[in-house]
Design a protein around this ligand. Sequence first.
Ligand code: ADP
Ligand code: MG
Length: 695
Amino acid sequence: MKYQPEYYCPMHPEIIRPTPGACPICGMDLEPRLMDEGSIETKQYKNMVKKLLLSAILTVLVIVINFLGIRLTKNLEQLANWTQLILTFFIMAFPGGFVFKRGWDSLKHWQLNMFSLLSLGIAAAFIFSALGLMIPNIFPESMRIHGSVPLYFETAAVITTLVILGQALELRARSGTQNALKSLIKGTPKKARLLIDDREEEVDVETILPGNNIKVLPGEKIPVDGTILSGATHIDESMITGESTPASKKIADRVFAGTLNQESVIVFKAEKVGQTTLLAQIIESVAKAQATKAPIQRIVDKVSAYFIPIVIGVAILTIFIWSAIGPEPKLLNGLLHAMSVLLIACPCALGLATPIAVMVGIGIGARNGILIKTAEAFEKLKGLTTVVLDKTGTLTKGKPEVLKIIPTNHLSQESIIEIATALESNSEHPIAKAILKKAKDMGIKTLPPVKDFKAIRGEGIEGIIGNDPVLIGRRQFLEQKGVQLFDEVDSAAATIVYIAKNKQYVGKLYIQDGLRDNAKTVVENLKKNNITVIMLTGDREEVAHHIAAEANIDRYIAQVNPIQKIGYIKELQSEGKIVAVVGDGINDGPSLAQANIGIAMGTGTDLAIESGEITLMNGDLNGILKAISLSGKTLKNIYQNLFLAFAYNVICIPLAAGVLYPLLKLSLSPMIAALAMSLSSVSVIINSLRLLKLK
Ligand code: ADP
Ligand code: MG
């Protein structure tokens, strides 16, 4: 599949550009995303390595000449110095040119960043040395050693090389943070076997249209979304659902682009192609989520805004203090320490701390079938107090079965099912699926046409068959519509769906949906985490009681319609509870939206992706626990990163300024400072990559 190439800034994920380049805010190299498989390997990294090689070779040359120069006669020493000047200038202008360009841009737009500091630091060393070589007479005694002005060309060259090394290391480390997204993108096959009247033709995936018949051999990937027309097989859907057990598929089952056919040949009808496939939507959702800001980032942003001015302030102060009370040569020492301050300060580590962890966390989620839509979800899940579970399709399998058909007047069982099926074939509700399945089992093929179909969420459905208005739904729904239900309320633990035709009560269906296998364990584990579990359902008290008891849920409310559900969630929130609502995403949209965190149980349809801040792609309740644990770990990683970055700057900047000099005679040379700075942002990235090792 073709993606619009997109480049974003890891430090400012909201910066997204169609072409590679540097971030206008922090000067950082933009990272590619949503690319074709072939161009995924970062070109920037290879470029940076080339620059590094050139810079390193020339720097070694400068060091050698500098070393020889000291040992030569006066005339040759001058020649050596001039050669150093020219070589260093070349290093700074060519392999290192981008550092100064970004530094210059930052000044032009007054968005001071790391490159402003680096440019200032390196330029200071170079200009000082160049002037020292050309017009040494202008320098006062406080800037001379044994009477002559020292030259720092090799320092400028080494620092430039170290900065390039840092950039290369960073690009290298960063490319790992997008592995999850990359493997999703790589998951889309390029070719497909199109069937045209029994003839098979290999075509580009992009040319497939909805309605085309596609053949897939064992071991091949499904190219687009569709429904199986012939064949039965097992398909590995782990790239979408995170579920490693292959799913068994037969005629009429849906298949998804990017999943892997394992056993036998199938033919399917293409339904969703290009950007509309489930995989494409997952990819888009992940990319979008990664561009969102975690709330903690706003605090970091505020701190960062003061960072550069503070560093420059410290550098100026350093010059003053050394000139006032430092050892001779006072001004020179001040200058060297100020340079170290500029070079060691690392705003990048601070800026990368949060977004890199978020990026990796969201990627890990996606790989495990947990689609997280915003960075905010991590923080909200951490403070979670209450989980509200919807019953149908969430706690239960969502595969209900019709147990009994009870006509209440002259109609036959077949005609009851016929009426129900005609209407329910317009509905997405699990109950509808149960009724459709029953009709199929009973061999009912032709259905009367339905006019004016309407679904009333959490209540039932209505429509007109022939000239008769038909109502199907819960008892209260029919009563509200003025239907007389003359039988007693039943005490069976089954969902009962009532049917009325032309305002006459004509029959009811008993429907039962089993509890999900792991529901009880998940509820238990949530409780162990001190989370209150509550079940809400529109279904009858008897069914609710039965399911709640089976799942070991102490609090449940039955017979609530969607509006009452929202009211109840609001009530919990007004008590200060942080509420997650888990629903099937089909008819629970409003509750999911009201919740602090809406968790939609994926049912393999695109609908589920849209509602809810988190989607559990494989509809596995255990995903709730996984999401909570992933959030905890991602947040912890963010804090670690922030700690690393803060500690680094808080310790290193004073060290570079020379606070330990009076005590220990310890100072950091500008070269050591540049090295430390290059390693610090890499250390933050590597810490986030540790997350990838999570189970
Ligand atoms: P839950 O809260 O358990 O998820 P819903 O809110 O989806 O249940 O639905 C509540 C009740 O409304 C169902 O138990 C059923 O009686 C009725 N109902 C809703 N949709 C339909 C439908 N399509 N066909 C028949 N009955 C329906
Ligand atoms: Mg429901």
